[in-house]
Design a protein around this ligand. Sequence first.
Ligand SMILES: NC(=O)c1ccc[n+]([C@@H]2O[C@H](COP(=O)([O-])OP(=O)(O)OC[C@H]3O[C@@H](n4cnc5c(N)ncnc54)[C@H](O)[C@@H]3O)[C@@H](O)[C@H]2O)c1
Ligand SMILES: N[C@H](CO)Cc1c[nH]c[nH+]1
Ligand SMILES: [Zn+2]
Length: 432
Amino acid sequence: MLRRLDSRAAEFRSQLQDLLAFETSQDPEVDARVAAILDDVKHRGDAALIEYTQRFDGVDTNSMAQLEITQEQLQEAFERLLPQQKDALQAAAARVRRYHEHQKASSWQYTDEDGTLLGQQVTPLDRVGIYVPGGKASYPSSVLMNAIPAHVAGVPEIIMVVPTPRGERNDLVLAAAYIAGVTRVFTLGGAQAVGALAYGTQTVPQVDKITGPGNAYVAAAKRRVFGIVGIDMVAGPSEILVICDGSTDPDWIAMDLFSQAEHDEIAQAILLCPDAAFIEQVAASIERQLPEMPRADIIRASLTGRGALIQVKDLQEACDIANWIAPEHLELSVEHPQIWLPELKHAGAIFLGKFTSEALGDYCAGPNHVLPTARTARFASPLGVYDFQKRTSLIQVSAAGAQTLGRIASTLAHGEGLQAHARSAEYRLDEK
Ligand SMILES: NC(=O)c1ccc[n+]([C@@H]2O[C@H](COP(=O)([O-])OP(=O)(O)OC[C@H]3O[C@@H](n4cnc5c(N)ncnc54)[C@H](O)[C@@H]3O)[C@@H](O)[C@H]2O)c1
Ligand SMILES: N[C@H](CO)Cc1c[nH]c[nH+]1
Ligand SMILES: [Zn+2]
């Protein structure tokens, strides 16, 4: 079922390109539909939100009040959880918070030789919107991964949107919002939710930035509203790339590939390994384990469409290919992972050693699980506290500084033919 590729085959590069073809695909039909939805939400506000939520999520409602979840309801959802669910959610939240506290940037200033003060002031965003996906599955972990960094950054208002297909609310999702300090929650999804956050409606407040993953409709909507609001990234379907030297249990590797494939029919799962016999063991394990999986259809579609078992020359070549693919998640399931780490440059997150299954990173290791996909790890980073902080430059020029800086600025301004700039600097010179 899974295609086998061999890095020594002449057609290997083009096969790899085909496998990753999704990277550039932006469905024009989806984009056109999203454009219409955004326009409608912008002009009709709540009325449009209610109609789309009826149509796409099958929620039977005529009122925005029914699409907002109060703080009391969030707390009640938390109280309804089983004790082990409460403990797991709180343990995950504590670990995610601790990790992200390391990312918090502080303001700084220094004074130069002229007595001029220079600095950078770091401030949190005023109000952010977090999108929590909810079409095919519910993601309480994504609530934590979006809301906690915002909270650590000091954002005072966090507005969460999450679709509730057929009106079914997930207690773990609501409880996660409760413990992560979300300010308001609306049961909205897709492009209409992104539009509500970007433009604001009679009920949903307009935000400054929208973060969080979602399907093609969410991604297209985020791409379109960028500029009106900030966005974190345009995240595509989940991806996993495993580099294995053949020393890990093949059942573990097969399940690690499943773990991302089960997110979506268009998720991606790739194994790079120099050992042909081990690849066959993983293939056999996939065939054996797949029928037991509740989401077998999704996994099969994902593995067939965007999965591959690739035999490579050696681990060095595996690292080179991995850098080219720049996957969202990279498992380095080898005996001495630290030796190979310096060879890896492009990945959203790297999971070192055979005990580090990617799934632990999805829930509770601590780092963020909202990561660059579709090869964007070549230039993008995980969602973090820095996405919820911004920087403002500070300059306080002394009288002495006005002399040195004034002369430099004047010369450059004349060179650009900008008289007002030049004079503005020259007025402050002692000798004019
Ligand atoms: N990167 C991450 O951190 C991360 C985390 C969790 C999930 N994910 C990914 O997020 C995605 C979640 O997708 P999902 O679909 O389950 O949930 P979703 O919340 O992203 O999308 C559901 C919404 O899509 C809209 N929609 C569906 N069909 C539509 C149509 N025909 N026309 C217009 N709108 C339509 C509806 O408004 C619906 O509310 C998956 O690809 C999953 O892999 C990523
Ligand atoms: N693997 C997803 C990011 O690609 C995150 C997630 C949430 N729950 C399970 N997994
Ligand atoms: Zn996952």
